[in-house]
Design a protein around this ligand. Structure first.
Ligand code: MRU
Length: 343
């Protein structure tokens, strides 16, 4: 059973984060006492995963509110500056912007500074609580897709550690485990940051779910020769037509799943849905080439070779069988059913 602490928490004066850079060697915490520290934690991926960075940013806003002393004008000025700082950390995951906007909206109509402070703190706490509840519901709706003896493939980490708790892609897995279903998971290592190897393999095996770790390039071979019954991935942003932005390699996996007739599901809370942007509007984060050029401290690429390091890719709706949300499973046609569920 899952025995991980909450990935993101707030004790009234500190934001407490599981430091994911240290996994799997050490399950340790980073404590932030100011907004800069929270922003750095998101940028450096001490905390990562769309819902987790959303909650971390919301708690960053709460931290600003909790520490503020002064009048309401200055409070609002500082709150907006904190929002801008947190927004600038990573561009792709929608939950980050959604959570910051929610905390900003929570003070609308208030003039009293103490009331505003409380509203921001309470809204941030609500965002974190709702995330856990949504993940539980994703588990409830999604676990029936996992039948006895299934082999389920996943990429990156859309697990408990990518959310406040329980995960999105892992929620159906944890629930299936609770229901006594026997299944195993094939986790892609997810170069270059290795969230699959360092985090998914860590959290699933810790929960008692059998997991086989493979290199990303082995996905096609494993799908065609060993057999995969189901793919479940997370999402960083889902558009109105179902286009899904997720960890680099997700699109390739969706193409493989289509080729081999394997159902391909995305699991995400509705806080990941961006109903306004068009596919070309979304910025795909390009990360430091050093993540590709080095493994640990060892350079593996020649000094002068050009390196491209996109952190996310875009999976078209036609490659997606369904989207598991806290409100139910969105089946095809995705655009129509997303509108029915979310509008
Ligand atoms: O770069 P990361 O580790 O933040 O990317 C994480 C992912 O791509 C996850 O699949 C996604 O955020 C969903 S997390 C529930």
């Amino acid at each position: 059973m899952i025995d991980l602490p909450r990935t993101v928490d707030f004790d009234g004066s500190k934001v407490i984060l599981v430091d994911q850079r240290k996994l799997p060697e050490k399950l340790s915490f980073l404590e932030c006492e100011n907004v800069d520290c929270v922003a750095d934690a998101i940028r450096s991926m001490a905390v990562r995963g769309a819902p987790a960075i959303g909650a971390a940013a919301a708690f960053g806003m709460a931290l600003y509110a909790a520490k503020f002393k002064g009048n309401s004008n200055d409070f609002l000025k500082g709150l907006k500056a904190a929002a801008d700082k947190l927004r600038s950390t990573r561009p792709t995951a929608y939950n980050l912007f959604w959570a910051i906007d929610r905390t900003l909206r929570s003070v609308e109509g208030s003039v009293d500074v103490d009331e505003m402070k409380l509203k921001v703190i309470n809204e941030a706490r609500r965002i974190a609580e709702e995330d856990v509840k949504s993940n539980r519901m994703i588990g409830k709706f999604g676990y029936k897709l996992i039948k006895e003896g299934f082999r389920v493939m996943t990429i990156c980490n859309a697990g408990s550690l990518a959310t406040v708790w329980y995960g999105t892609a892992t929620a159906p897995m944890y629930r299936a485990l609770e229901e006594g279903v026997n299944f195993e998971v094939v986790a892609l290592e997810t170069r270059p940051v290795l969230q699959g190897a360092r985090i998914t393999a860590f959290e699933l095996s810790r929960a008692g779910i059998p997991v086989k770790l493979i290199v990303d390039g082995a996905a096609g071979y494993v799908m065609s020769h060993l057999g995969i019954d189901l793919v479940i991935t997370g999402a960083d942003r889902i558009l109105a037509d179902g286009t899904t932005f997720n960890k680099i390699g997700t699109y390739s996996l969706s193409v493989l799943a289509k080729e081999h007739g394997v159902p391909f599901y995305v699991a995400a809370p509705t806080s990941t849905f961006d109903l306004k942007s068009k596919p070309d509007d979304v910025r795909i984060e390009l990360r430091d080439p050093k993540e590709v050029a080095f493994i640990g401290n060892k350079r593996i690429a020649p000094e002068k070779v050009e390196i491209l390091n996109p952190a996310f890719d875009k999976t078209p709706p036609e490659n997606i069988t369904g989207i598991i949300t806290e409100k139910g499973i969105i089946e095809k046609p995705l655009a129509e059913n997303i509108e029915n569920m979310l509008a």
